[in-house]
Every structure is written in C-alpha cells, then in structure tokens.
Ligand binder design. Sequence first.
Ligand SMILES: Cc1cc2nc3c(=O)[nH]c(=O)nc-3n(C[C@H](O)[C@H](O)[C@H](O)COP(=O)(O)O)c2cc1C
Length: 173
Amino acid sequence: MPDDLFAVAISGSPRAPSKSRTLAERALSELEALGCRTQLIDVAVLPAEALVVRAESSAVAEAIEAVGRARIVVAASPTYRALYTGVLKCFFDLMPQEHLAGKFCVGLQTGIVPQHALSAEYGFRPLFASLEGVPLAVTYALDSDFTDGEPSAEVMARVGAAMQGAVNAARAG
Ligand SMILES: Cc1cc2nc3c(=O)[nH]c(=O)nc-3n(C[C@H](O)[C@H](O)[C@H](O)COP(=O)(O)O)c2cc1C
C-alpha cells in the first residue's frame, strides 16, 4: 500500500536560505502526494560536535534512526568543491554499515556550473552504495534554474519524475 512507505530527505547545506533544501522539501511534497509519510532531516541544525564524533546527541541518533526506518532516502546538497558537502558526509559517516540496505536512494544537487553536474553521479551513487543502498536517479539543478528561491517547472518535473521512480521501485520491491 502506498501509505506504508516512509521517506526521509536529508538536507546537507550548511547555509540558509538553501536552494538544495528547497529541492528536498519539494521532493517530500511530491512523495506525500504519492502517499508517503515523510520527514525532513536538516543536517545544518544538528549539533556540530556530534557530527564530528566529539559528543553524543539524541537529535543525531534520532535522525539516523529515522533514516533506518525509511524505504526511500533522498539526499540533497549544494555542490561544494565538486562534490556534496562535507557536513552531509559527516552525517552519512555516522551510519552503521548496511544502514541503507534495501532503501531506494535519490540524490538532489544544486550548483553554479553545469560542468559539475556529473559530480552528483560520482558522489551520491557510491555514497549510497557504500551503505548498501540502491541508488536511483540523481537530479542536478543550477542556481540559474531558481527564481526568488523557487525551482523552475523543468527542475520540478525532473524531481517529480525521480520521486515517482522511487515510489514505483519501493512498491515493486
Ligand atoms: C564553499 C562553496 C563551494 C562551492 N563549490 C562549488 C562547486 O565546486 N561547483 C559549483 O557548481 N558550485 C559550487 N558552489 C556553489 C553552490 O553549490 C551553489 O550556490 C548551491 O546551489 C548552493 O546551495 P544551497 O543554497 O542549498 O546552499 C560552492 C559554494 C560554496 C559556498
């Protein structure tokens, strides 16, 4: 049943307002329209000391536990130095091995230059696979695709198609 599906989106931008976080929010809206229960995890508001393993944090533990319950995992990040952000990586580094096993994973990445579009592929796919996740589509959007913080209809069509694909995969699996 569609309403059995739980999906999380992890936002990995340390800055606000955030275009990639907006994509994560829009992705969750699409997933809700497709019958999913959803939760947004914003890494930027998690305790930094816990993200670098200098402290324990119930907020971080709860966020990682939520990822563990999800069937669909969306990761959204700006491009930083031709990859997803370091703070997003810190969050994934805290996950136990096989934490994404059987989960359908989608990457959303924003950046200023089209030449870095491939970094969403070579970044997210191995990241998900390293935790036994099933990588699906990645979507790369340029800052110029946003107007007043809102993504273009073309970007939203790609995000919507990616979410539909993830729900189809989760229902089939
Ligand atoms: C530290 C830093 C590094 C960046 N490196 C890149 C880069 O390598 N390639 C690129 O296309 N954009 C780069 N950008 C631009 C951001 O990826 C882009 O503005 C992004 O959409 C910001 O997303 P956000 O609004 O979610 O934070 C960089 C920005 C910052 C602050």
